[in-house]
Design a protein around this ligand. Sequence first.
Ligand SMILES: Cc1cc2nc3c(=O)[nH]c(=O)nc-3n(C[C@H](O)[C@H](O)[C@H](O)COP(=O)(O)O)c2cc1C
Ligand SMILES: C=C(O[C@@H]1CC(C(=O)O)=C[C@@H](OP(=O)(O)O)[C@H]1O)C(=O)O
Length: 388
Amino acid sequence: MRYLTAGESHGKQLTTIVEGLPSLMPLTQENINESLLRRQKGHGRGKRMQIEKDLVDIVGGVRHGYTLGSPIAMVIRNDDFKHWEDVMGEDPIDPDQKVRRVVTRPRPGHADLNGAIKYGHRDMRNILERSSARETAARVAAGAVAKTLLAHLGINIVGYVREIAGIVAKEYPEMSMAERVKISEDSPVRSLDKEAGQQMMDAIDKAKKDGDSIGGVCEVYIEGMPAGVGSYVHYDRKLDGRLAGAVASINAFKGVEFGIGFEAARKNGSEVHDEIAWDKERGYYRKTNRLGGFEGGMTTGMPIVVKGVMKPIPTLYKPLQSVDIETKEPFNASIERSDSCAVPAAAVVMEHVVAFELAKALLEQFPHDQFPKLKEAIDAYREEVRCF
Ligand SMILES: Cc1cc2nc3c(=O)[nH]c(=O)nc-3n(C[C@H](O)[C@H](O)[C@H](O)COP(=O)(O)O)c2cc1C
Ligand SMILES: C=C(O[C@@H]1CC(C(=O)O)=C[C@@H](OP(=O)(O)O)[C@H]1O)C(=O)O
């Protein structure tokens, strides 16, 4: 299974194509819209999210509520396009407008300057339109298809926030999946820890007031993946490695951890590795889950716990110094609008990006063209694992 997305931030629409999904799987627009709506919520976002109402239109690959086995094509329209038609429309830009709207001032921390150098554009709008995290709406659509597949296989996944600007939420290893999902839905900062959540909100409000931006840490939690998915035999089949790559590819994400992650560097082996136990009902399990559900590039059957760190948003109201690429003069970057913190929204993006990689790995390991056969194969494998 693979996916491609196309579309500019202020263009007409975003397009997603997902290919390789089995036929006969129930899939509706509501499955995808629910995810899109969650991505749009979250404290700290700028004015753009008040303009957009992300709704998907499935334009291929699904009929009467079931997948056909053909590529799934999805469209999300940009409501903001109507305000940018003179800049982004098909008609040639009138020369006066062009002088006024050309972007020649790269923002530190964004893709503007490197992208302009690479693609030879002197108008950096040609870069920022595609490097914008608007594209994450299209990625969430692809992930929502994968999440639906996982849900039909009894695999559940949720993303929430662990940290914003140094405020760290408590860990709740015993919290049920249902509770995690509910809090991720209801809390404006998606913090499982209410007290830390309030402090995170205050930190976001302060950053906004100061014209600054803040980052944080998202966590994605998965239950129901059977043991032995992925492989140790080759670098590109190690599932934890693939997840790490996918998470680091999200806009502004700079690091990934599994389980206790970097803390493992500061502990002894006896404090890190999870002891193995067995009982008749569960089969093999680990007494703890410090390694976050992976050993040897394969799932252990324990919950997968993966964290991603998001740097602060690059576009700042508080000006940072940069250089105009036409005049080569220094200037202080000033802006019209931006998010001050997108960590709560990014937790939903990360959840969907991870969902896609997990579904892809399952389809590789259990290749079936028809969803009922895939389900049958995975159910049989689960039983095999239990009795091993
Ligand atoms: C959900 C989300 C919203 C974002 N919103 C903004 C924004 O409003 N302004 C901004 O400058 N960057 C925003 N970013 C971050 C930039 O897209 C990102 O920093 C940029 O593409 C450069 O890539 P890099 O940070 O991965 O190097 C957002 C990222 C995410 C995931
Ligand atoms: C549009 C979205 O995020 C955008 C990501 C983004 C960036 O530079 O990454 C910049 C902002 O866009 P604009 O410049 O239009 O205000 C965000 O709103 C979205 O998440 O749907």
